[in-house]
Every structure is written in C-alpha cells, then in structure tokens.
Design a protein around this ligand. Structure first.
Ligand code: SF4
Length: 488
C-alpha cells in the first residue's frame, strides 16, 4: 500500500506523541541504531574501509543519543522536537523523493549533488579573533544582499533537495539587509535546518527565546578551551559572555553545540577530558565541530598550525571522545574517514561555500572563487548547477575521486589527511592555476604564487601523511567478517 503525503504527515505526528512515552522512545532509538549498524557496517554497499564505517556509525548514533537524552530530560523547547518530527521526518525525509524527483534521480547516480551549503551572509563582526578568515575591519565589512541570500537557499532546495544550511560569519546575528535579519531567513525557510556558527556574545535571553520559538536553528558557539585560552584568542571577557549565552540557550530549550579551532598552542589542552566533561556534561552541549588552524585570512601564521605529531596525537584523543565518551565530534580534517574524504566542490553528499560578496567557492577553507553568484551566474540566467559545472569545481571533484572517493578498499588514499588545499597543497595549487580559479583576499592573492608558501604547506602535508599512515592502514582496514558484527 502506498502512503500519501497526508498519511506520512500523520505518521510523523503520531510518532511525536509516542515519543513522549519513554519506553517507546527507547525502543525506537534502539531499533534505529541497529538499522544504521546494518546499513553502514554489515552491508557497506560502497565497500569502504570497515573502520571508517564503524566511525560513521558512532557519529550518527552519538547524535541520536544526545537528542534522546535531551528529550528524556525534557530540556528541549516544543518547537525543536516538533521541527524534527513534523518537518524533518514528516515533510523532508518521508516525502523527499516525491517532492524532488530530479534530485532523487541524481542522488542515485555518481554525480555532484551537494546536500548542504555554507553561507557567510555578513563579514561584520563585533570581535576580531586571531586568524579569523572573515578578516576585515568594521569599516570595510561587506554584507550579502537579502534577495541573493533568499534565492540561493530556495534554489539549493529546489535543485538538489537540500534542506540543510550552515550559516557562518562574521557574526550572523549582525546580518541586516533590506530590513531583514538572519531571523527572517530562518523563519522564511522553515523547511531548512540551520547550523549557525556564532561567537555567542550576542545571545541574550531574547535571542535565545527567538531561536527556541523557531525550532530549526542550532547554534555552534566558538570556544577555544576555558577562560584563559578563549579570551587569549577572542578577547578579554568573551568566555564569561559565552557562559551566559549557554545558560540562556539551555533555559530556552535550544539544541546547541560548540566549535573550536585547534592551534599549536592550545591543541594539547583543548580536548582533554575536563574540558569535554564540562561542556558535554554540566553545560549540555549536543555536538562539537573542530577546525585546525589554517594559514588563511588575517595575519596567516604557520607557527599556529598544529604539528604533524600533534595531529597524530589528536587522532587518538578524538577516537576516545567518539567511541568511549559517545560524543558527536567532528574534526574537519582528521574526520575524513567519516565523510569518505574531502566533501568540497559540491561532491555527492558534500557541500560548497558562498561568502558575503556572493563569491562561490568549493570550501570555506579554499579562498578561491569561480565567480559571483549574482553577476556571473544569476544575472546571466545561470543557476547553482552551473557553479558545480565550472572547471575548478569539476577538477577538485576529479582529484577527490582519484585520491579516495571512487577508489575501492585498500587503494583508498589516507583519509586522515583528505584535504587538497591543506594536506596536498602543490597538487591543489596546480588545479587552481589550471582551472583559472580566482584567489579571494590579500592572503590568497599573495600565497597563490609564493613558492615558499606553497613548498612549506606541501611539506607540512607530507609530514602529516607520514605521521598518520600507519593509523590509516592498521586502524581502518581491519579485515573483518561483517557477518560477525554484533547487532543484537
Ligand atoms: S577542501 Fe579540505 S577543508 Fe574543505 S572539505 Fe575538503 S578536506 Fe575539508
């Protein structure tokens, strides 16, 4: 029997009611975990290294458990739960293929079909953190026109069936264009879920309540460790404001997480158990994203990049957080095995980036553009699909395919170092030159042709690969009979 759209909505509504009964909810989540284990580890249809499949399983189920815990504690605003069951399950997941038949067809093929976009709608920020890629003075800060922002979010949904948008900065809460703020975006596109990177300092009780009422936004607050480390990078008094913001979010019932940047100076402390226990225990964070400092943006500094040895040590601590502590934790680089390598340039299941000018780039960490979405694409009758078809995007995807994405089993390149620009820089530089990519910002313009920059970054990448090669070979390619995986 075929269940129609109305029927699916009713199922989601009934599901939401049933979730109020703890016993049923526990069984539902247990059943979900088993299904995920079967799909990822036992079936493993793309024949990826079994260790990588296991990590994916941990990551997905850790997020589910964090959500389950919040429901049990009754600490989420009704609108958040309602969004997950009515919008995400009812509207998006159950009806996806019917609503977006073209995207469903493309998803089956091995073509570019990103599942999300990261957008920085404004360069404006009330802080000036060391090494920030937004890198502007207040006077020169640029903001994206509302009509462009609105059109992009609509178009990615209609063309790709994408319902997930990451909003980055500057500080998104300062976005203003044509009388609209970032809340107008969240409200208008309430079939999208938004992850919003924010410095947290502007989340007072009113902002927290607005986010709770919306239900489709999860802030990721930037911290650098405890007070000393956070204030050292972000400015004096910032940590105290973050702690207040977290209290406000908790009180309002908003699902939130943290994000941080590992540098050579803080990396040995940033993931220690005290820090993690504080934020994931007492403070109630549900997820964490970690970025390793990149020498782009304001004042690039190679001495802030973590060393290859630190990167290796980080891998062990990250596995401890994911497997022993059950935390949804993703390192944008070391987490490569979880995403089947680099996800940039609109790869299938991946993403692309648009900045405050409307420059279209393969990734937040690749400051090279293929043009402006308004003047080079929309005004010429082109769409987001045409961005994916530019030589630069295509050549990056080709690199990804050859490095790991389309390789099978033992041939797959080391995905702990998956990044073309950071870990394989001379190859990246060649692709950028051959594809006529346009460097964005002074640092990229300088480094594009700076032999020393290119050689130094390439060397760091090589050493990081050497430092992690044994982990990739031994920890991910365990030869195991999948039928013996315990799914009881
Ligand atoms: S380019 Fe690098 S940072 Fe960007 S998605 Fe790929 S691996 Fe990650």
């Amino acid at each position: 029997m075929k269940i129609g759209t109305k029927g699916k909505k009713i199922i989601a509504k009934v599901g939401l009611e049933l979730m109020k009964v703890n016993f049923i909810m526990e069984h539902f989540f247990k059943w979900g975990e088993k299904e995920i284990l079967k799909k990822l580890v036992v079936k493993n249809e793309r024949n990826r290294p079994v260790g990588a499949q296991e990590e994916k399983y941990y990551i997905v189920t850790n997020l589910m458990r964090a959500f389950e815990k919040k429901i049990k504690e009754n600490s989420l605003a009704p609108s958040v739960k309602s969004w997950v069951f009515n919008k995400l399950i009812g509207d998006v997941l159950l009806n996806w293929a019917e609503r977006y038949p073209e995207a469903a067809r493309r998803r089956k093929l091995e073509t570019a079909l990103p599942i999300f976009m990261t957008i920085s709608p404004t360069q404006t920020c009330n802080l000036a953190c060391t090494g920030c890629y937004a890198a502007s003075s207040k006077k020169t800060a640029v903001t994206l026109d509302w009509d462009v922002l609105d059109r992009v979010v609509l178009q990615k949904r209609d063309l790709w069936g994408s319902h997930f948008t990451v909003i980055s900065g500057g500080e998104p809460l300062l976005y203003e264009s044509k009388g609209k703020t970032i809340f107008d975006l969240y409200e208008k596109h309430n079939d999208n879920f938004f992850l919003m990177y924010t410095n947290g300092t502007l989340i007072d009780k009113t902002v927290a309540k607005r986010l709770a009422d919306l239900g489709n936004v999860a802030p990721a607050i930037s911290v650098e460790g405890f007070e000393e480390e956070t204030d050292a990078r972000r400015g004096k008094g910032v940590y105290k404001k973050i702690v207040e913001a977290i209290e406000n979010l908790k009180e309002a019932g908003v699902l939130y997480g943290i994000s941080f940047t590992a540098t050579r100076k803080n990396v040995d402390k940033i993931l220690d158990d005290d820090f993690v226990d504080e934020f994931f225990g007492e403070k109630g964070a549900a997820f964490a994203w970690m970025f390793q400092y990149m020498p782009i943006g304001r004042g690039p500094d190679f001495d802030l990049m973590i060393t290859p040895e630190q990167r290796r040590n980080l891998w062990f601590q990250e596995r401890h957080l994911i497997k022993d502590k059950g935390i949804f934790f993703i390192d944008f680089w070391n987490g490569g095995p979880i995403s089947d390598g680099c996800i940039a340039a609109g790869r299938k299941g991946g993403y692309l980036y648009m900045d405050w000018h409307g420059n279209m780039m393969p990734c937040v960490f690749i400051p090279y553009s293929v043009g402006n979405i308004k003047t080079d694409f929309f005004d010429k009758g082109k769409t987001l699909d045409d961005v994916l078809e530019t030589p630069f995007f295509k050549n990056i995807r080709k690199w990804q395919d050859n490095y790991s994405y389309k390789k099978s089993s033992l041939d797959i390149g080391n995905e702990i170092v998956p990044c073309p620009i950071r870990d394989h820089h001379s190859e990246f530089n060649k692709i950028a030159r051959e594809s006529d990519a346009l460097p964005v910002g002074e640092t990229a313009k300088r480094s594009f042709k700076d032999e020393k920059f290119i050689n130094d970054l390439t060397e760091i990448g090589k050493k990081a690969a050497e430092a992690t090669e044994d982990l990739w070979k031994n920890e991910y390619h365990k030869i195991e009979d999948p039928s013996k995986v315990d799914i009881s």
